[in-house]
Design a binder for this molecule. Structure first.
Ligand code: HEC
Ligand code: HEC
Length: 361
């Protein structure tokens, strides 16, 4: 009871402080200009598209640090038990190990938690793409009743009641006022700073490592088009149409043949029947760390995923044309399948979990 009362008092005090400019005699009301943050960007040789940060939210060292602090802070959930990192584990490329992550009170969501990296290059967020940008996205888990279940008013009250947060917002944005927009900006800065481009595959591209013969064969299969029986051409796994480029995603929404009875998917955004059953094509970077797989976590292993493409593709009205022509499946040999999985494992960036910038503060 005492704890509860002091918490309520904290919220009250926070709300008061939010109204007044300064709360204590020692706190400065304005802060020096934040330090420019230099993003850890992939070298040009790797072929990532050159994209600018959002111009109205230039990253600062203090802004990224504040975003990180918010990301790992359970204060942003109703009963102080869940943070963003509860479902997005840094050592799993910021994804979760379970099919459906537990939110507040153990409630389960409807989708498998997505990994978080290279988000600068993503153009829509969530499996069905319903969020158009990160600053919109970050407010959704906070308020979602099965995730963190905190109203934005409560979030502001709690943060404003915490002197350390007032100072952190001051350092990041020049003064101590804590607003929804600044909360969005700080989380957006942190999320955009999470880049990943140091897998063994990347090192091999830069001449700093060699792929094993099996990984190299897997890559060749990945990049080769499907060949119909009797065509005389070597077998191809035809993955690059959707998972091509340095990003290992076409940054689009596709139906990869998981179901014959379609869920809405991208249709929730466009309203078009032709987008039914389409989901965000995930990057395959770090896929060795992000099991279980697909929007509903239905596959536990990469072997199962490869077998899906080899023999399990379901026909439906919006099935991708490249998969539609693969009548009877890819016809990969056991060795082909093993090589594909070996290649996928070479896309793991083992530096992620070691990067002090990425792990819990
Ligand atoms: C209870 C588990 C849970 C919590 C807590 C949670 N997330 Fe998520 N996150 C998910 C799930 C599940 C998805 C996919 C949901 C969907 O597609 O509808 C997701 C998707 C995302 C995406 C979209 C990624 C993409 O590539 O489209 C971002 C960004 C994200 N979360 C950031 C956050 C942030 C920031 C927080 C904290 C404010 C947070 N998440 C809290 C489970 C969680
Ligand atoms: C038609 C486009 C398309 C093709 C071709 C394709 N994929 Fe996918 N892939 C997707 C989409 C879309 C998803 C997510 C689907 C979902 O969850 O509903 C996905 C998911 C995956 C996942 C799970 C990733 C995760 O984080 O859950 C893996 C692994 C994968 N694909 C590997 C491959 C491999 C290997 C090939 C070639 C044999 C391939 N894909 C061919 C579109 C495609």
């Amino acid at each position: 009871m005492l704890v509860l009362r002091s918490r309520i008092f904290g919220i009250w005090l926070g709300a008061l402080c939010g109204l007044l400019v300064s709360c204590g005699p020692d706190e400065p009301t304005s802060y020096p200009k934040p330090t420019t943050f230099v993003p850890d960007s992939p070298p040009p040789g790797l072929g990532f598209p050159n994209l600018p940060w959002p111009q109205d939210n230039p990253p600062s060292v203090e802004g990224v640090a504040l975003g990180k602090r918010l990301f790992f802070d359970k204060t942003l959930s109703l009963d102080y038990t869940v943070s963003c990192a509860s479902c997005h584990h840094p050592n799993r490329a910021f994804s979760d190990t379970v099919v459906y992550s537990k939110g507040i009170g153990g409630a389960l969501g409807k989708f498998n938690a997505m990994p978080l990296f290279n988000l600068l290059w993503a153009n829509r967020f969530f499996w069905d793409g319903r969020s158009p940008n990160l600053r919109d996205q970050v407010l959704q888990p906070i308020q979602d009743p099965v995730e963190m279940h905190l109203s934005l008013g409560q979030a502001l009250g709690r943060l404003s009641g915490d002197q350390a947060y007032r100072v952190a917002f001051g350092k990041a944005f020049g003064d101590e006022s804590i607003t929804i927009q600044r909360l969005q900006w700080a989380l957006e800065q942190y999320l955009l700073s999470l880049t990943s481009y140091r897998s063994r595959f990347d090192l091999s591209r830069m001449g700093l490592a060699n792929l094993t013969p099996s990984e190299q064969r897997g890559f060749d299969l990945f990049m080769r088009e499907y060949s119909a029986p009797g065509s005389g051409r070597p077998v191809g796994a035809d993955c690059f149409h959707c998972h091509g480029t340095a990003l290992f995603t076409n940054r689009s929404f596709e139906n990869n043949g998981l179901d014959s009875v379609l869920k809405p998917g991208f249709q929730v955004v466009t309203g078009l029947a032709s987008d039914r059953g389409k989901f965000k094509t995930p990057s395959l970077r770090n896929v060795g760390l992000t099991a279980p797989y697909m929007h509903d976590g239905r596959f536990a292993t990469l072997e199962e995923v490869v077998e899906h493409y080899n023999s399990g593709v379901q026909s439906s009205s919006t099935l991708n044309a490249n998969l539609r022509v693969q009548n009877g499946g890819l016809r990969l040999s056991p060795q082909d399948k093993a090589d594909l999985v070996a290649f996928l494992q070479s896309l793991t960036d083992t530096t992620l979990a070691l990067n002090p910038h990425f792990v819990a503060p």
